[in-house]
Each structure stands twice: as C-alpha cells, then as structure tokens.
Design a protein around this ligand. Structure first.
Ligand code: ATP
Ligand code: MG
Length: 881
C-alpha cells in the first residue's frame, strides 16, 4: 500500500465515484441553510436532507462530496481517543432512489482494497443483525467469510431519526492490531477501544418511520455513506491516530514548537497538545464559513472551542497570544482544498486574536472573583468552595473548573466537585431538551399534499397577476377553503409576493376574487419552494382551485427597494473607506430602513461616518442605472461580485450592479439609484466582537426625519423667543454667556461673604505656641459644604500658622473640617490626624491630608467636648502648654 497524503486521498475518493457516474459537489458551508434543527453541519448527508425526504429534487441521482463537519458531541473524546475530532471531513457517496445496497457495498470494498490497496485481512464489515440482504452481498458478491462479518444491534447499526426515512447500516472496521486494543477477551469490531476503528458507514435508507415505531418500505430507497477522511488517512499512513496524519501533524509540531513541550513525552501534555490542535482546526474552518464568537448558538460553540484551546495553551505554559498565529498552519495545510481560507486568512487571525485577548481578560476577572471568594471563605473558617460557586464561576464567567481547582489548591482549599458535576449534568439535560425540541419542530411541519415544483415568482417584473390557489391552511390544518374572519395560509401556483429571505422582508398586499379579499401580512417559503402567504380573510370566502388576483402593496415594495439598493451602495462605500476586510455579516431590509452588519474592529469615527454617508448620497444623486443579470457562478466570481459569507449559491446566480457595486443578490431592486431619494445613518455600534452594525434610513423616512428635526427647531425657536434656524446658535450663545456672567457674579458674592466670615473667625483665634488656633461651630443659615471649604482655604491662605477646626450643623448632620497652614504642619500638627482624634470623641470618624481633612460626628451633644480637645492635641504635638 502506498502512503497517500490526506489531500491526495480526498481527490482519489471523489474521482473514484465520478467514474461511477456521480456528480461531484463542493463541501457545503458549515452553517446549515434552512435547517433550524442543526447548529452546524455534522455529516455529509445533513445538508442534503431535502433531497433525501423528496422535498427537493437533487441535481443528479448520484452525488459525491467531501463535507466539512463539526461534531461538538465528541468534544469530550477529543485528545482522549485517537479517532475523534470536533472537526473532520466526511467523504460520502449518495444515491437518491437510484442504486442501492449491492452497488454501495461492492464499490466501498473496491475503493478500499483495489484503489487504495488496503489489506482485506485487516478489514471487517458489520451489518444490522436482521439485514440478511446486506449479509448475503458481503458473503456472496464480495466473498467475505461469514465469521468475519459482525452482526450488530439497533444502537450501532440502525440509523433512525425518530420519524421519517431510516434504515440499517453496514460499517467497515479496520484492525489496528492487538497492541492498540483493550485486551479484553470480547474485544471485536464495535468495541469502544482504539483497536477496531470504524472507518466507513453505509446507511441504507429503506424504511419510513411513522413516528410511533411503525416501519414501512420507502418507494424511493437511498444510499447515504460516510467515511472520515482523517481516519482513512490514518489507516493508509499507518500512524497511531488521526492527529498523526500528515496535515494534522504539522499543527501538532507547531504547537510543540510554540510551547517548547515535546509531543509523545508525557500523556498529560499530549492531551493538551491534541486539544489545541483539534480546536484550532475547528475554529479556523468555522470562522472561514462565517461563524463569529458570540454567547449563543454556533457562535458560542466557537467561543468555547477557542477558550478551551487558550486554556490548554496556559496549561502548557504558553504565556503569549498564540492561537492567532497557529491558524496560519491550519490555513496552509487546507487551502488547496478550500481556497477561501487563503482569501480570509487576515480576517480569521484577527477574529481569533480578539477572542484570545478577551479570554485573557476573563481569566483575570474570574481570578479576582475567585480570590474574593477565597477570602470570604477564610473569614468563615471554611476550606471547601461550594459546587454552586464553582459552577457560577464556570457558567457565568467562563472560568474553567480545572483553573478553579488549581488556584484553590494554592490556598489549601478544595471544591465540591460532585456538586459541580450535578449542576453540570442538570445544565446538559436542559440543553439536550432544547435541542430535541428544535429537532421535532424541523421534521414536523404541515404536509401540504403538494408536489415539489417551487411556486413561480413573478415579482421581479410584476406587481400583480392572476394565480390559482393550490392549497389553504387554517387553524394549523390543511383545508379546502378559508372563511371570512379566519387567519391562515394560502399557497399559489405563481406569485408577485417576495417572501422573507436573504435579509429582505416580505411584500404585503391582497389575494382577491371579486368581493372576497385576503389580506397578506407575511410570506415565507417552504422547504419545497412553495410560497406561503400568511394573512386574514377580510371579506368573503376563498376555496382551492379558485382563480384569484394577487396584488402587492406597491408603495411598501418601493420603500423596500429603496432600502435594499442603498445597502449595496453602503457595502461598497464601507469597503472603499474602511478597507477590504469589511464583509457583510448580515442585514435586514424593511421599508425605507435597514440594518447592516459588517466585520470591522473599531468604532467608526464621526469623520468616517460622514464620508461614508456622503459617498452613498453621491451614488444616489449620480443616478446610476441598476442592472440585473443571471449568469453562471464562476462568471460572476470573475467579475469580482461580492458573495455573502456562509451563503450557498446555485449554479446560476443573479448579479446586481449599480455604479461600481457588483453583488450576488436575489432581492428586489430599484432600476436607478436616484430613486432611493436620500440616505442617512442613524446609528453605528458593536453587535459582537469584530462585528459592527449600521442602522440607516432612505427615501420617505429621511424626509420624515427632516420634518421631525424641523419640529424640534421650531420648538427651540419658540423657547428662544423667535428667530430663523440659522439665528438660533447665536441666540443660544447669547443666553449662555449671560448665564456665565450671572454665575460669575454669584460666585464673587459667595466668596466675599466667605471672606467676611473668615475675617470674623480669625479675629477670635487664640495663640498656642505661635500658632493661631480656631475651633468653632459656624452658625450661618446659608452655609453649605462648599462655603465651609472656601472659608478653610481662605484662612490657610492668609495665615501660615493657622489650625482651624470648623464645625457646621445642618439638618441634624454635623460636618467637621480641619485645616492646617504650612507652619503648623512643619511644627507637626496634621489635619488628618487631628480630625481622626477629635471625631472619635463625638462618636464619628474622619480623615484626610496634613493640610485639610474632613469628618463627621454622630453624637451632636459631644461636639463641644470634641472642639475643646483641639488645644490639647496641638500642645501634645508641639510640646508647649
Ligand atoms: P464513532 O462511533 O467512532 O464515534 P460514528 O458512528 O459516530 O463513529 P458516523 O456517524 O457513522 O460515525 O460517521 C461516519 C464516519 O465519520 C465514521 O465512520 C468515521 O470515519 C467518521 N467520524 C465520525 N465521527 C468522527 C470524529 N469525531 N472524528 C473523525 N471522524 C469521525
Ligand atoms: Mg460518534
């Protein structure tokens, strides 16, 4: 057997099945399209569900792919078994109602043994124990001795989704030799240890499960196979696990180099090296496909992978940011198969760097909280941190348990790990329930009893048309009519209504026949491509097969088109002004308003926003013609059309051009940019790390905003006693300078008042050891703290040898201030000490600097006593009496 590289094996597999008449398709992006049941694509068949269920027709009945997969369910296995990664590639050949078991099995064997030259003696097939057909094919067609075929049960070898298409599987295991096994006498294909590795699974979807466990034969039988590319490479290269496969090993080596920790040296550090290697592969591929780190859904999966990798980096003793460099190795090893990795290399590294920096901060913040807890526990004399506290640190602050344990140990403390695990388990159950709920929803849906021809959309050119009603749904059930007052869904054979998709909201309007009018207030597309018009029957009734007039609300549509065309102009302006790294990361277009999310790393400056706004308005005023053309994807790519992140395009795409903007877009657009009227940015802020959002308005909304502003202006003008808008700033300035002048006068009056008071107080000073000592209660009805302070400052300015203790009583609250002049301080009398000393006497506290200090007093009855203590304090300091 030749030692094939991973990239070579991918090509050999796809070429082999092309020879068998399969259509080779590129990997679908990791973000599922139109499938709420799945966070991330986890198998070759996942993105093909509509082809398997028959909801949509596949491009050919035989298809083969190499699909990027993420399996977060395997996260605990990563680093521990040698055959699981969270990211891996799955090779697969698929038949939709075409060939079945016999061809699938024979070709599977032919590829492994003849094309790759694997030793047949080391390969063991397995079948579902009731699947005699598959067993016979292995024995009679392929020639495998019956005792070498494992018959496994439902858990291992029956693929079932609870309801819908399902069927038995037949796997192929590779024997990696006794030395890799668990040495149990029962060790055989299907065992959990690393000896027999499952490399290929052939699923024969031949039954339909009605949801209650009743199985009927499907009329269209399918083949769905999956073989892990890394596992195959591992077997072909004769290495110990998927981490030692050529392309993955380069990452391992890089981690070793950065950390200075050798691989295969210590089982514990090996786990860390493998976890980092696996997670950086997943993270790089996910970001490339448009996932960004967030706190929910797939964004959270990415965040956890990156944080876990960073954490294991710390365990290896890596002190600096390193993941943002490590992704370069992943990109280098994979860009041949996935060229967009190279295009987005800079972007991927930046996103990882931001996340890594943030995680550093999390660790710092978590450590601070944990240290606080440690002190609290210590004052109570406890040494075991509760499981709930450890879990809160983990769950709320993202602080890892192992780090908690490590820091606790340094403080001779432990944590209640079993309570922690219980809380963890509760959370897992909650998460699983949430996933199951989603899954049920996705497979349920209402069967409209219709074929799979998509509805015809006429709305690019027409705003109304004659259609036929194909189906009606009311009260959640298919019905043949809808009555006045009912809410429901109407399905038409063709429609001018744009359904909500690609970030553009739906058209509203009416479906009518004579006096019978159905008001449309929402439109969605079913998986089978049918337009579902949601709304209410305003007057009369409608039935199946009725010929009706479908008419959209034209002013609304125009307002949507104004906003949508403006998003294209904005996208272009952002790229020109901010740079090529700007990519659209989502948008939502409504009548004359939209939000637009894009990748960028800092808040936009006022100047940048002004330049961008002006560019878009210039493009509008220049009145560029908007052209729409359909062409093959490859041609559009050559034109440099901006394609969206994570979006899957068909072979033929719609290219929308206006001015220098070229984009792939299925939305409805103006025919000339001038019709957008005008464009105004209302806000710009951050929505996730590295992603910013602009909210903007167009057309009538900008006019309305202008009118609102005018309204405010006229109110302002009324308050300033009239004047044209351009006169208002001058008038306001006049009012403000008047205010400033008044304030000035008031301050002068207050200060004169304070000076008079200071002079009066100073005349009452007594002399102790050359110092002028004052301790009085200031009785002034208008006194506030500022004035008291002012008196203190004045006294110190006038008299370097002053020690002035002033008390003021207001609303039963006593404030004491002490001020010491320069000479007094030199002689050792400090205001801070003085205040502390005397406040104690009247049950209060206080403190401050040598020249000035403040305090309070709780017991007003003892205030006099406190003031009398001043002299004693001074003599004790300067040593005279
Ligand atoms: P296992 O029992 O080993 O976890 P599985 O039954 O989950 O495998 P399938 O769902 O049948 O695997 O997926 C098809 C193929 O994908 C497997 O035969 C294997 O080659 C590969 N595969 C599955 N999970 C992983 C993984 N986590 N990492 C790498 N390859 C995998
Ligand atoms: Mg598995």
């Amino acid at each position: 057997m030749k030692n094939y590289g991973l990239n070579e094996l991918r090509e050999m597999f796809l070429a082999f099945f092309e020879e068998k008449d399969h259509l080779r398709l590129p990997s679908f992006p990791l973000i599922p399209r139109n499938d709420a049941s799945l966070l991330l694509i986890n198998s070759g068949m996942a993105p093909m569900k509509p082809w398997f269920t028959g909801e949509q027709d596949p491009p050919r009945k035989r298809v083969c792919t190499c699909q990027k997969c993420i399996r977060t369910g395997d996260i605990e296995n990563v680093g521990k078994t040698s055959r699981h990664g969270t990211y891996f590639e799955m090779l697969g050949n698929f038949s939709f109602g075409d060939y079945f078991k016999k061809e699938a099995i024979i070709w599977c064997w032919e590829f492994l043994t003849e094309r790759l030259g694997l030793d047949p003696e080391l390969l063991y097939p397995s079948v579902y124990y009731e699947d005699d057909q598959a067993f016979d094919i292995w024995v009679n067609e392929v020639g495998i001795a019956p005792h070498r075929i494992a018959k496994l049960g439902k858990d291992d070898n029956f693929w079932d989704h609870g309801s819908g298409p399902c069927g038995p599987c037949s796997e192929v295991y590779y024997d990696r030799g006794e030395e890799n096994g668990c040495h149990s006498p029962d060790c055989a294909p299907g065992c959990d240890c690393d000896r027999y590795v499952e490399i290929w699974n052939n699923v024969f979807t031949q039954f339909d499960n009605d949801g209650s466990g009743n199985y009927s034969e499907l009329s269209q039988k399918n083949i769905d196979t999956g073989m892990g590319l890394e596992r195959l490479a591992c077997v072909c290269q004769g290495v110990g696990g998927l981490f030692e496969v050529d392309t993955v090993m380069s990452i391992i080596n890089k981690v070793s180099e950065i950390s200075g920790v050798a691989y295969k040296h210590d089982p514990e550090t090996d786990v860390s090296i493998r976890v980092i290697t696996d997670h950086i592969r997943s993270a790089t591929m996910m970001i490339c496909d448009g996932v960004l780190p967030t706190n929910e859904g797939r964004g959270y999966v990415l965040r956890r992978l990156l944080r876990r990798a960073a954490r294991h980096g710390r365990l290896l003793g890596i002190k600096c940011l390193f993941l943002c460099n490590l992704c370069d190795t992943v990109i280098r090893e994979n860009k041949e198969a996935y060229p967009d990795l190279a295009d987005k290399a800079g972007f991927i590294a930046r996103i990882i760097r931001i996340e890594e920096e943030n995680f550093g901060k999390t660790i710092d913040a978590g450590s601070a909280i944990l240290n606080g807890l440690i002190q609290e526990y210590a004052t109570r004399g406890e040494t075991m941190l509760s499981g709930a506290d450890a879990f809160k640190l983990y769950d709320t602050y993202g602080f890892p348990l192992d780090l908690t344990i490590e820091i606790l140990a340094e403080n001779r403390m432990t944590t209640d790990e079993s309570a922690f695990q219980e809380l963890m388990e509760e959370q897992r159950v909650r998460a699983r329930k949430a996933r199951e709920a989603l899954g049920d929803l996705a497979w349920a849906g209402i069967d409209l009893g219709l074929d799979n021809t998509p509805s015809e959309f006429t709305g690019y050119t027409n705003t109304s048309g004659i259609s036929t009603i194909l189906a009606i749904v009311t009260q959640g059930e298919v019905s043949s009519y809808i009555r006045e007052g009912d809410e429901g869904i109407i399905v038409l054979d063709k429609t001018p209504f744009y359904a909500e998709m690609g970030g553009q909201c739906a058209d509203f309007g009416t479906i009518s026949k004579g006096d019978a009018v159905f008001e449309v207030t929402g439109v969605l597309i079913s998986n089978g491509g049918k337009y579902l018009h949601h709304g209410t029957m305003l007057t009369g009734d409608l039935s199946d097969d009725d010929t009706v007039t479908a008419k959209i609300d034209i002013p609304r549509r125009r307002a949507i088109m104004r906003a949508h065309s403006a998003t294209h102009l904005l996208h272009e302006a952002l790229q020109t002004v901010l740079g090529e790294h700007v990519r659209q990361a989502g948008s939502f277009v409504e009548p004359d308003r939209f939000r637009f999310d894009f990748t960028h790393f800092s808040a936009l400056t006022k100047e940048e926003l002004a330049v961008i706004e002006r560019r878009v308005n210039d493009d509008i005023l220049d009145g560029y013609e908007v052209t729409v053309e359909e062409m093959p994807f490859t041609e559009a790519n050559k034109l440099g059309a901006m394609a969206l992140f994570g979006e899957k395009y068909g072979d033929t795409v719609r290219v929308v051009r206006m001015g220098s903007s070229i984009e792939l877009c299925g939305g409805t657009h103006l025919d000339n940019t001038a019709k957008a009227g005008s464009f105004s940015i209302i806000s710009e802020f951050s929505v996730a790390s590295g992603v910013r959002r602009i909210e903007a308005i167009t057309g009538k909304n900008t006019l309305e905003a202008l009118n609102t502003l005018r309204g405010h202006m006229s109110v302002l003008s009324g308050m300033l006693k009239g004047g044209a808008p351009e006169e208002l700033p001058g008038k306001l300035e006049m009012h403000m300078s008047m205010l400033r002048e008044l304030r000035h006068k008031l301050d002068a009056a207050v200060s004169k008042d304070a000076n008079d008071e200071a002079r009066r107080i100073l005349t009452g000073a007594r002399t102790i050891g050359g110092l002028k000592v004052i301790s009085v209660v200031v009785e002034d009805v208008d006194l506030d703290i500022d004035k008291l302070r002012h008196i203190e400052d004045t006294l110190r300015d006038w008299e370097a040898g002053v020690v002035a203790v002033l008390a003021a009583v207001r609303d039963d609250k006593v404030t004491i201030m002490a001020g010491c002049g320069k000479t007094a301080i030199e002689k050792g009398v400090k205001a801070g000490e003085l205040i502390r000393e005397i406040a104690k006497i009247c049950g209060g506290s206080g403190g401050g600097k040598p020249d000035f200090a403040m305090g309070g007093c709780k017991d007003a009855g003892k205030l006099r006593e406190a003031l009398d203590a001043v002299d004693g304090f001074i003599t004790s300091k300067i040593g005279v009496s």
